[in-house]
Ligand binder design. Structure first.
Ligand SMILES: Cc1cc2nc3c(=O)[nH]c(=O)nc-3n(C[C@H](O)[C@H](O)[C@H](O)COP(=O)(O)OP(=O)(O)OC[C@H]3O[C@@H](n4cnc5c(N)ncnc54)[C@H](O)[C@@H]3O)c2cc1C
Length: 376
C-alpha cells in the first residue's frame, strides 16, 4: 500500500512511501526517518548492508519543516569559529551527495539557490553584519560586498531601506522536501524496510541489539539512533540528552505576475534574523523563530506576525504572496549545540543533536556513520 499524498501544492504534501512489516532481523536498524536517518540508510544500503528503518511518521519531523539552507558561512558566528572547518567540509560534501542521489534517482536534483545575500535593514543591523563579515573573512570564508545596484541585479525587489549587502559565495540551499522524498524513493528501491512504528525499548542481549516496537521485536548487529528532538529512548544503554528548540516557518507562493526570488536572502531587521529561501514554481520559505518551549507544536499568531512584519521590510512584494503553510519544527539540540555522532559501544551508534544544521551536516554525518558501521 502506498500512502496517498493530499491534494494541494507539491511542496506541502506529506512525503509518500510504502510501509513494510517488521522483519525479524537486519544488519542495521535505524530509529528515525528524518534527513539524518534517511541519509544514513541510503549510504548503508550502498555499502551492502540490509537496513530496516523504524518511524511512526517518516519524514515529518524537523526535516520536513526546515529551510534547507546549507549555511556553511552564515552559520559561522563568533561562538562557532571552532567549527569552521567542519562546516566547510560539510558543505563540500553536498556536491557529491547530490550527484550520487541524482544518479540513483535517474533525475537531476538541483540546488534551489547557489549563493546567499545577507543584508541589514537598519544602521545597527548593518553594523552587526559588517562586524560578523569581517570575522568570517578573517577565516578565509568567501564573502563579497555588494552595493545597491549589485543587490538589485541579483535579487530585484529588496526593500528601500537596504543600501548594501554581502554575497556569501558558498552558501547554497536545497529543497528539503524534495531531498526527503528522493531519499525515501531510492532506499525503498534498494529494498530497505520502512516500518511505521514507535521504538519502545532497546537493549543489548546475547551479542546483538534487541529492539522492541509496539508491534514486535527485531534484532540487529548495529542500531543507529536518529530520533531528532524526541526524548531519549528507553534503553539499557544510556543515551545523550537532546532538547528541542522550536521554530515557526512559513511557506508562501507568488501570485501570477508577482516578483519572485531566486537567491536566498538572510536579513537582520531590528536585531532579529529572518530568511527567505526560494523554491520551485514561485514558492518561498520564510523563517524562522527560535524559542525554547518544549514540545509545543502550536503555530502562534505572534510569531507569524513577527516573521511577516520583518519579511515585508526586506522584500515588500511578499504582501502579494499566498500563505500555503505554517508549521513549527523542533531543532534537536545538545547542551553545547554540537551534534553527537559516535559509537557508544559495540555498535550502538547515535546521530543526534544537529540543531540548526541538520541538512548542511547530513552528508558528512552519513559518511561518518558508515565509517563506524564498517569498523572491524
Ligand atoms: C524552523 C527550522 C528551520 C531549519 N532550517 C534549517 C536549514 O535551513 N538548514 C539546515 O541545515 N537545518 C535546518 N534546520 C535544522 C534541521 O531541520 C534539523 O537539524 C534536522 O532536520 C534534524 O534531522 P533529524 O533527522 O535528526 O530529526 P527529524 O527530522 O526530527 O527526524 C527524527 C525522526 O525520528 C522519529 N522518532 C522519534 N522518536 C522515535 C521513536 N521512539 N521511534 C521511532 N521513530 C522515532 C520522528 O518521528 C522523526 O521522524 C531547521 C530546523 C527548523 C525547526
Amino acid at each position: 500500500m502506498r500512502a496517498t499524498p493530499l491534494a494541494g501544492p507539491t511542496s506541502i504534501r506529506p512525503c509518500s512511501f510504502t510501509p513494510s512489516p517488521l522483519p525479524c532481523s537486519a544488519d542495521v536498524v535505524i530509529v528515525g526517518a528524518g534527513i539524518i536517518g534517511l541519509s544514513i540508510a541510503w549510504r548503508a544500503l550502498e555499502v551492502g548492508k540490509s537496513v530496516t528503518i523504524i518511524d511512526p511518521r517518516p519524514a515529518s519531523g524537523a526535516s520536513f519543516v526546515a529551510g534547507g539552507m546549507l549555511g556553511a558561512t552564515a552559520e559561522v558566528t563568533f561562538a562557532e569559529a571552532g567549527r569552521v572547518d567542519r562546516l566547510r567540509t560539510a558543505r563540500a560534501e553536498w556536491d557529491p551527495f547530490l550527484d550520487d542521489l541524482s544518479r540513483d534517482q535517474g533525475r537531476a536534483l538541483p540546488y534551489v539557490s547557489i549563493n546567499t545575500v545577507v543584508a541589514g535593514v537598519h544602521r545597527s543591523d548593518q553594523l552587526e553584519i559588517d562586524h560578523l563579515v569581517k570575522f568570517q573573512r578573517s577565516l578565509n570564508l568567501r564573502v563579497e560586498q555588494l552595493g545597491r545596484n549589485e543587490l538589485d541585479a541579483l535579487t530585484p525587489g529588496l526593500g528601500r531601506a537596504i543600501r548594501q549587502g554581502f554575497l556569501l559565495c558558498d552558501d547554497a540551499a536545497v529543497d528539503n522536501r524534495l531531498i526527503l522524498q528522493t531519499l525515501l524513493d531510492v532506499i525503498q528501491r534498494r529494498d530497505a524496510s520502512m516500518v511505521i512504528d514507535v521504538v519502545e525499548h532497546l537493549e543489548r542481549r546475547d551479542g546483538q541489539f534487541v529492539i522492541t516496537t509496539s508491534s514486535g521485536v527485531i534484532t540487529c548487529e548495529h542500531a543507529v539512533i536518529a530520533t531528532g528532538a524526541a526524548p531519549a529512548l528507553n534503553s539499557s544503554i544510556s543515551l545523550p540528552h537532546i532538547h528541542p528548540v522550536a521554530g515557526v516557518i512559513l511557506r508562501l507562493k507568488a501570485r501570477p505576475s508577482t516578483l519572485q526570488i531566486t537567491t536566498t536572502i538572510r536579513a537582520i531587521v531590528n536585531g532579529r534574523s529572518c530568511y527567505l529561501v526560494p523554491r520551485s514554481q514561485g514558492e518561498l520559505v520564510l523563517g524562522a523563530t527560535s524559542v525554547e518551549r518544549g514540545y509545543d507544536l502550536a503555530v502562534k499568531a505572534g510569531e507569524v506576525h513577527q516573521l511577516l512584519d520583518d519579511a515585508r521590510v526586506v522584500f515588500p512584494s511578499i504582501d502579494e504572496y499566498e500563505i500555503i503553510d505554517a508549521e513549527v519544527g523542533l531543532r534537536p539540540t545538545t547542551l553545547d549545540h554540537h551534534p553527537i555522532v559516535e559509537d557508544l559501544g559495540e555498535g550502538l551508534i547515535v546521530a543526534l543533536g544537529h540543531y540548526r544544521n541538520g541538512f548542511l551536516l547530513a552528508p558528512s554525518t552519513a559518511r561518518r556513520v558508515i565509517e563506524l558501521l564498517q569498523k572491524p
